[in-house]
Design a protein around this ligand. Structure first.
Ligand code: SF4
Length: 321
C-alpha cells in the first residue's frame, strides 16, 4: 500500500509515534482513508463544503502516514494489548473504498484476532459485505441524524434509505453492525430514544455523540446540546441497552422526565457511571472527539470517579440519590 492515510493524533501517541502527552489514551487505533468527502454533511470537517483545515475529523487532527511507518508499531501495540481494536474511517472519495479495503487487509494480515471496525456511509449492503470479506469484525454505518427532517437538513438525503441498508446488513450479519447517532442536531430526546430503540431491536450497537461545532464547517456557529439533555439521553440509551423497555421512559414535550425502574443491575451500573462512558463498538473510547482536555466531558473515555458520577446524575435531573 503506497498511499498515505490519516492517523488520529491519539493513535500516534498510543503507537509511540508522537511526543504529545495525552491525558487519556485511546484503546482503539483510528485511521482515516480519503480526504474531502463528495457529500456535504453540515457538521463534518471532511465535508465537500467545509473550510476546516485538511486532516481533521470532529475535533481530532489526523496527520498522514504511510503503511510502512505504521506497520511495526501497530503490530507491537496489538501484540502488547495496547490496541484492542482498529477502526478505519472511510471518507467518501473516488477510490476511497478500495483504499480502505486494502488497509483492512493489511491490518488483518498483522493479526487474525485483532478487532477491526470499518466506519462507512450506509450506502450499500454489497460494500458492507466487501469489508467483511476483507477481514472486518464489525461495520459501522453512521446514521448521525435521527429524524427525517434533521437528516435532510444536515446530511441531505433520505433517512429511510440509510435505515434500509442498516436493516438488511443487521439481518445478514447479526450483532456485527454499529451506527453513530449525534445528539443536538434538532431532534427531541423522545425522537432520539425512538431511534435508539429501533437500533436495539435490530441488534445494532449505537455510538452516541454530542454535536460539536467545528470551525470551518457549515454548523460552526450552532450550539452543542445542553449537557442535561445529553445526560438524560445517555441514561436512556444505557437503560435500553441493558434490557429496559422504552415504555418505562416517560416524556413531556419531547423531554425525558422519568425512567421507571427498580432493576438493581441497571441502578448499580448507573451509580458506577457506565451510561456516561463512551459508547459504541467495544473498546472504542474516542478521547476528546467531543470535548477539549480539561473541559466538560460529554463522553468519558474511562471509568468515572464517584464525584463525576454524582455530577452527571445531578445534571440529568433524573434518579436523585
Ligand atoms: S464506535 Fe468507534 S470503533 Fe465503532 S465504528 Fe464508531 S468510531 Fe469506529
Amino acid at each position: 500500500m503506497t498511499e498515505r492515510f490519516g492517523v488520529s493524533a491519539g493513535t500516534l501517541s498510543l503507537l509511540g509515534l508522537s511526543r504529545a502527552r495525552n491525558r487519556e489514551l485511546p484503546t482503539t487505533a483510528h485511521f482515516m482513508v480519503g480526504e474531502r468527502c463528495i457529500h456535504s454533511c453540515a457538521f463534518c470537517a471532511q465535508a465537500r463544503d467545509s473550510k476546516a483545515p485538511p486532516h481533521h475529523l470532529s475535533r481530532v487532527t489526523w496527520p498522514e502516514k504511510l503503511w510502512d511507518e505504521i506497520e511495526t508499531p501497530l503490530s507491537r501495540a496489538i501484540a502488547g494489548g495496547l490496541v484492542k481494536r482498529v477502526c478505519i474511517q472511510t471518507v467518501e472519495t473516488p477510490g476511497g473504498t478500495e483504499s480502505a479495503l486494502q488497509l483492512t487487509r493489511k491490518v488483518r494480515s498483522l493479526s487474525p484476532d485483532v478487532q477491526i471496525s470499518i466506519c462507512v456511509a450506509p450506502e450499500s449492503v454489497s460494500r458492507v459485505e466487501a469489508f467483511f470479506r476483507a477481514g472486518a469484525s464489525r461495520v459501522g454505518l453512521p446514521v448521525d441524524a435521527v429524524t427525517p427532517e434533521t437528516y435532510r437538513r444536515v446530511k441531505g438525503g433520505d433517512l429511510e434509505r440509510a435505515w434500509a441498508v442498516l436493516e438488511k446488513a443487521s439481518s445478514l450479519w447479526p450483532g456485527r453492525i454499529s451506527t453513530h447517532f449525534i445528539c443536538g442536531l434538532g431532534e427531541t430526546e423522545e425522537e432520539m430514544v425512538l431511534a435508539l430503540d429501533r437500533a436495539r431491536t435490530l441488534g445494532i450497537t449505537v455510538a452516541l455523540f454530542a454535536f460539536t461545532p467545528v470551525k470551518g464547517t457549515l454548523m460552526e456557529h450552532d450550539a452543542p446540546p445542553d449537557v442535561s439533555s445529553y445526560r438524560r439521553v445517555q441514561i436512556a440509551a444505557y437503560f435500553l441497552k441493558t434490557g429496559g423497555s422504552k415504555d418505562n421512559i416517560e416524556f413531556r414535550d419531547g423531554k425525558i422526565v422519568r425512567i421507571s425502574t427498580d432493576d438493581p443491575a441497571f441502578l448499580g451500573k448507573l451509580w458506577e457511571g457506565k451510561p456516561f462512558e463512551t459508547s459504541g463498538c467495544p473498546d472504542c473510547n474516542r478521547p476528546y472527539y467531543n470535548e477539549r482536555p480539561g473541559r466538560l466531558m460529554m463522553n468519558f473515555p474511562r471509568s468515572l470517579t464517584e464525584k463525576e458520577v454524582r455530577e452527571c446524575i445531578a445534571e440529568s435531573g433524573l434518579f436523585r440519590g
